[in-house]
Design a protein around this ligand. Structure first.
Ligand code: ARG
Length: 463
């Protein structure tokens, strides 16, 4: 099959080189975007007198037909279609004859590929925001179902302070909110149209790029053709946001895996999101969450691969950049699937209420005891040290903190009195953390209300 660029070549590429060079297996994913961009380009070409009105109509009709071939699964690739750009151009020429060859006037695949990627990414970001918002919705529901459940929080994987379980789940909600805002923000930098940049120096045709902008619904035009064809920063930002979202999921996945273990039994994963072992009949494994944890590694690797791809790459376009798409498509698919599975896990998660505080050690109240002393006039640093000694004394006496006698506690500070024993109440402990953002009932409910408002405003914004 003759190449679109075959004129300058005396002999054709080796079969091996041809396969090595082809990006069609990956970029055929961009057929919709390629047709859209080409069809808009035809409008600008007609405006620049490259096509007559009648020819434009023919070309547009052909693009419609090609689009239908794709959506009906009837488009056939031919040997020599090295990427989606050449495949669609070849098909156009087949359909409209020689005038089709004018579609590439002043145009380069260097600008086509980034144009397609940008169109693809804008739509993808919108879709991802929707999928994250759905998970936020399930998360907020779970949080409001668990505001009355009190669990230990952990720092250094050691019991730290008591918190409301709903407070814990709201933390996921707000991390996801940051993810959404990151995607919304980076979308602005995707929304810049490169078409009209040519191979590197800009087009020699009198192209009205504003027509292209309008046809393709972009917010602005790339102000520099070199940057337009060279830079993949917008993909890098996207891959970072995808990796960060997956890192968020991965950390909650890890907690839930631990909480689902026999040692904790705080939660139980639904059968739908667990799988069995081929050897050990008793096993019910949290594979859904383990996979999400694993998928985060892929997303990080994809970001890394795009960064390394560009480092040290001379300006402007080099074929290395063709390798950007596998990372991109893989992260999109990985992220969307992981979000949906995580949503399923969250929506079906059983909370094992009877186990939540079973293993809580009295020492979890140590900060409350220090606060007790502080409220009675002991400077916090001294209170910290007194409570440290109190913990040691309890270990020494093989007693729980709340079982130390009044004389024992008074031996460490005369600020202690009988009301010391009232500290050991989980409800009281969480209620004392009544600062904005804290774990008291009122503050967690405040967070849930804020979440409901964010979700309904986002929903209304779509309409
Ligand atoms: N398939 C190429 C890519 O994905 C399109 C651009 C090719 N440009 C070129 N001059 N060979 O990057």
């Amino acid at each position: 099959m003759p190449k679109l660029w075959g004129g300058r070549f005396a002999i054709s590429s080796s079969k091996l080189m041809e396969e090595f060079n082809d990006s069609l297996p990956v970029d055929k994913n961009l057929w919709r975007e390629e047709i859209k961009a080409s069809s808009a380009y035809a409008v600008a070409l007609a405006e620049a007198q490259v096509f007559s009105r009648k020819e434009l109509a023919l070309v547009q009709k052909a693009f419609h037909a090609i689009e239908k071939e794709f959506s009906d699964g009837k488009f056939t690739y031919r040997p020599g279609d090295e990427d989606i750009h050449t495949a669609i151009e070849r098909r156009l020429v087949e359909k409209v004859g020689a005038i089709g060859k004018r579609i590439h006037s002043g145009r380069s695949r260097n600008e086509q590929v980034v144009t397609d990627e940008r169109i693809f990414l804008k739509n993808t970001v919108d879709k991802i925001i929707g999928v994250i918002a759905a998970l936020q919705n399930s998360t907020a529901k779970l949080a409001s179902d668990t505001v009355d459940d009190i669990v230990p929080s952990y720092t250094h994987m050691q019991q730290a302070q008591l918190i409301r379980l709903g407070h814990y789940f709201m933390s996921l909600f707000f991390m996801l909110e940051n993810d959404i805002r990151r995607f919304m923000d980076l979308r602005k930098r995707i929304d810049v149209l490169p078409l009209g940049s040519g191979a590197v120096a800009g087009s020699t045709l009198k192209l009205n790029r504003n027509i292209l902008k309008k046809e393709l619904n972009f917010a602005s035009l790339s102000p520099n053709s070199i940057a337009a064809v060279s830079d993949r920063d917008f993909i890098g930002e996207f891959l970072f946001a995808a990796a960060q979202t997956l890192i968020h999921l991965s950390r909650y996945a890890e907690d839930l895996i631990v909480w689902n273990s026999a040692e904790f039994r705080f939660v139980e994963l639904d059968d739908m999101y667990s799988t069995g072992s081929s050897m050990m009949p008793q096993k019910k494994n949290p594979d859904s969450l383990e996979l999400i944890r694993g998928k985060a590694a892929r997303a990080i690797a994809n970001l890394n691969s795009l960064l390394v791809l560009q480092k040290g790459l001379p300006l402007t376009y080099s074929k290395d950049l063709q390798e950007d798409k596998e990372a991109l498509f893989d992260s999109v698919e990985t992220l969307v699937n992981s979000l949906r599975v995580f949503d399923g896990v969250i929506s079906t998660l059983k909370i094992k209420r009877q186990n939540l505080s079973g293993n809580v050690d009295d020492s979890i109240y140590a900060t409350d005891i220090a606060d007790y002393l502080t409220e009675r006039g002991t400077p916090f640093r001294d209170a910290h040290s007194i409570v440290g000694k109190l913990v040691l004394l309890a270990i020494d006496q093989k007693k729980r903190l709340k079982n130390l006698t009044i004389d024992e506690i008074k031996s460490l500070s005369d600020k202690f009195s009988e009301d010391y024993y009232q500290i050991f109440d989980p409800e009281k402990s969480v209620e004392r953390h009544d600062v904005y953002g804290g774990t008291s009932l009122r503050r967690v409910n405040e967070q849930i209300r804020l979440a409901t408002r964010i979700l309904s405003e986002r929903e209304a914004g779509k309409k």
